[in-house]
Design a protein around this ligand. Sequence first.
Ligand SMILES: [Zn+2]
Length: 173
Amino acid sequence: MQRFVLDTSALLSGREFPDGALYTTPSVLEEMRPGGRMRRKLDFYLEAKIKVQAPSPESMAKVKELAGKTGDAARISETDAEVLALALDLGEGATVLTDDYSIQNLAKSLGVPYVSMQMKGIKSVFHWDYVCSGCHRKYEAPRETCPECGSKIKTKRRKEEGKGAETKGDENK
Ligand SMILES: [Zn+2]
């Protein structure tokens, strides 16, 4: 099962969390005001689905050392560092979920994979179909006109886990 470490921005994004083992750190929870609206909303997740784990001192040291080298140190909070350090502790493939550019930047330097909640899975979730507006043949590659009937080709976004397609760009029918 894929492991994800959620930072504050991910927890507060209001978006659906991915399937997998979800983790966060004690200091991320502290950043959310106890009894606050978002915190109450998250209580179900926190109890049922998200494991709270503190990172090892070794990984914290590693993150801070690198942050010093990359110049990210000033932009990275203790909480941010913990999120990255926990991902290191969880080992290869553990992915940080964050919308914070400083964390993403440092994750890149550390070789820790990260996903933005805003952009989550866009690349893997969406495919483009090129559909003829005349004969409705589908093509894998983009083209101007249909080689079969000469009609215009429309670009459609296909969702893997089916909710139909959305049309991008030219809406002519
Ligand atoms: Zn056609």
